[in-house]
Structure formats: structure tokens, C-alpha cells
Design a protein around this ligand. Structure first.
Ligand SMILES: NC(=O)c1ccc[n+]([C@@H]2O[C@H](COP(=O)([O-])OP(=O)(O)OC[C@H]3O[C@@H](n4cnc5c(N)ncnc54)[C@H](OP(=O)(O)O)[C@@H]3O)[C@@H](O)[C@H]2O)c1
Length: 305
């Protein structure tokens, strides 16, 4: 069993929960953070500073580490200005480049890289049901280009003889951050409405299942690319209405038109307008068991806490 795991982006939505889960299981966690002066009183957790943009990394973070979990990346859910777009791409690619260079130069005995990716790698489609091999590289949107370059940067670890696992994450549902509170707030205040046609597929995952999946990959040492989505994606209209149903708020306003979303959110509207129906079969075929298969069960768990 691995004793010490190095995590980048561990202070974020997924990373915080994953770190706690690993600590509860008896792992030691080293955290690479861009925030200076983070410290912990917890004996099994240690913070190390890095700044991938400036090629800075405290290489003592690798001491005793065999597995690196990479979650770092500047938020997608921000207005896509020119500089935000550069940061969304560079933070992801550069983080992996800096890790790879440090491991290579110092010959650290890292065995396994488990890196986050996103289902945004699949083209927008209301009819396709995406498996891991269905990646198309022509006519790429900004988001698709980012995810392709992100995955390509992860693949460089192969040349270092390091196992690589890539988890293409769907919309992470959690009550402490990410998409769910953003979707839920207007519904709670009786302003809830289906977005655009509502027919776009949203492939979601409960944060507990995502954390369990990272740990499953870590402990089973499985390599490859896996979709990290629940077995039953839903259409946007179903997502909105199910949230309304669970928190007992009616959805009576008309759909928010697509042009309005584009006006309000700019390029980032792609995040809510694009449709990706993504399959979880591959991760299930290697033995991973979901706790939350259906959206209503996931929301009942999250929203009634
Ligand atoms: N949440 C979702 O629905 C979802 C869906 C698909 C994919 N993902 C991907 O999964 C990963 C984890 O998701 P999350 O929701 O936990 O993300 P998050 O809450 O935004 O956290 C990401 C972390 O990345 C680090 N970071 C931010 N800007 C950075 C920069 N410029 N350079 C290096 N590191 C930076 C931060 O950690 P420090 O401040 O400690 O450095 C931050 O806490 C992300 O890469 C995300 O894109 C998430």
C-alpha cells in the first residue's frame, strides 16, 4: 500500500475531499499549492509551494512519494477573457510540465500519475453516447483544445516509465462548491429555469463517487483513460427539474434563451450549452462500484444534508 501521496490542486473542491478521505484511510498527503504559507497541525499532511507558471517547485514534496494525483488548474467557470483563457490552458499544461521535469531531473521513483481531465474533450452532441475512444481532433472549441493539450501533457510521463491514469471528469455535484450551488441558488429563490432548449446532456458525478474513484485507481493501480461520470447522465431540463423537486421549489419560469446565456456568460456559456452524454461502462468494467447511479439519489443525499 502507498504511504504518501502527492496531490496538486488539493485545496480545491475535489482535492479537499480527496485529501480528507486519504488521511482517514491512513495515508500521508503532500500538497503542492500555489498559496504561500499554508500549513497544517495535522501530522499526516504537509504543504509545499510551487508556481508552475514560473517553473518553481519545492522538490522536497516528492520525498517518499510514489503516486502523484494532479488536480491543478485555474477555474473554467470564470469569464473567458483573453488572459483567463491563457491561464485556463497554461495552468494545466504547465503544472504537468513542471512535475515531469522535476521527476526527470532528480530521478524521483514515482510509479503512477493519476491526472484529472474533463468530458469537455468530447464534441458537443445531443445524440452521441461517448466512450473513451471517441475523441475527435478536428474543429476543436477552446475547451476541447484545452483538454486535449492537458491530456497530451499527462502522456509525457510515459517516457519516464510512469503509469498514467486519466480521469475525464463530468459535472461534479457537491453541496460545498462547483456547479450545484450555482444551479441551485436561482431555483431556491424561485428564479429557476431550464437553460436553452434543456435538451443538452449533462454527465454528472457525485463528489463521493469521484473521490472513491481516485482511491480505487490509486489502490488498484489501473492505467488508462476513464470517464468519471455516473451511469445515468440526464438532460439539462431533468437536472433543473429534479433539483426543484428535491428542494421542493417549483420551476415555472420559461427556459432561459440560448442568446441570453451567451450574452451573460460570453464564451463560457459553452459549459452549460454543450451536450455530452458520456458512458461510465469502462470504469465499471474494471470493478469500480458507484454509490450514486441516479441523479435523484445523488441530489437527495447532497441537498438533504
Ligand atoms: N468540479 C468539476 O465539476 C470538474 C469537472 C471536470 C473537470 N474538473 C477538473 O478537476 C480538477 C479539480 O476540480 P475542482 O473542482 O476541485 O477544481 P478547483 O476547486 O477549481 O481547484 C483547483 C485547484 O487548482 C489550483 N490552481 C488554481 N489556479 C492554479 C494555477 N494557475 N496554477 C496551478 N494551480 C492552480 C488551486 O490550488 P492551490 O491554490 O492550492 O494551488 C485550486 O484549489 C480541475 O483541474 C478541474 O478542471 C472539475
Amino acid at each position: 500500500m502507498v504511504a504518501t501521496v502527492l496531490i496538486t490542486g488539493a485545496t480545491g473542491l475535489v482535492g479537499k475531499k480527496l485529501t480528507q478521505h486519504l488521511l482517514d484511510k491512513g495515508y500521508r498527503v503532500h500538497i503542492l499549492t500555489t498559496q504561500k504559507a499554508l500549513s497544517s497541525t495535522e501530522t499526516n499532511i504537509q504543504y509545499f509551494y510551487w508556481n508552475p507558471q514560473n517553473n518553481k517547485i519545492d522538490i522536497s514534496c516528492f520525498k517518499g512519494v510514489e503516486v502523484v494525483i494532479n488536480l491543478a488548474g485555474s477555474p473554467i467557470a470564470q469569464r473567458w477573457t483573453k488572459s483567463a483563457k491563457a491561464s485556463i490552458l497554461n495552468s494545466r499544461v504547465q503544472a504537468l510540465n513542471v512535475l515531469a521535469s522535476a521527476i526527470k531531473e532528480n530521478k524521483f521513483p514515482i510509479q503512477h500519475l493519476i491526472s484529472a481531465s474533463a468530458i469537455g474533450i468530447y464534441p458537443d452532441s445531443k445524440t452521441n453516447y461517448y466512450q473513451e475512444e471517441d475523441v475527435v481532433s478536428e474543429n476543436c472549441s477552446f475547451l476541447r483544445t484545452v483538454v486535449q493539450k492537458w491530456e497530451a501533457a499527462a502522456q509525457q510521463f510515459e517516457a519516464l516509465n510512469i503509469k498514467i491514469t486519466i480521469l475525464r471528469i463530468g459535472i461534479v455535484l457537491d453541496n460545498n462548491g462547483g456547479a450545484l450551488p450555482k444551479i441551485m441558488t436561482p431555483i431556491q429563490n424561485y428564479f429557476g429555469a431550464v437553460l436553452a432548449s434543456g435538451e443538452q446532456w449533462q454527465s454528472w458525478i457525485h463528489s463521493d463517487d469521484l473521490v472513491a474513484m481516485f482511491v480505487y485507481i490509486l489502490e488498484s493501480k489501473k492505467e488508462g483513460v476513464y470517464n468519471a461520470v455516473a451511469p445515468n447522465p440526464v438532460r439539462q431540463s431533468e437536472l433543473t427539474k429534479t433539483i426543484g423537486h428535491v428542494i421542493k421549489k417549483p420551476i415555472f419560469l420559461p427556459n432561459v434563451p440560448e442568446f441570453m446565456l451567451k450574452l451573460m456568460l460570453g464564451g463560457m456559456s459553452a459549459v452549460v450549452l454543450e451536450s455530452q452524454r458520456v458512458s461510465s461502462k469502462k470504469i465499471q468494467s474494471i470493478g469500480f462500484k458507484f454509490e450514486y447511479h441516479e441523479l435523484s439519489a445523488a441530489l437527495n443525499d447532497l441537498l438533504k444534508k
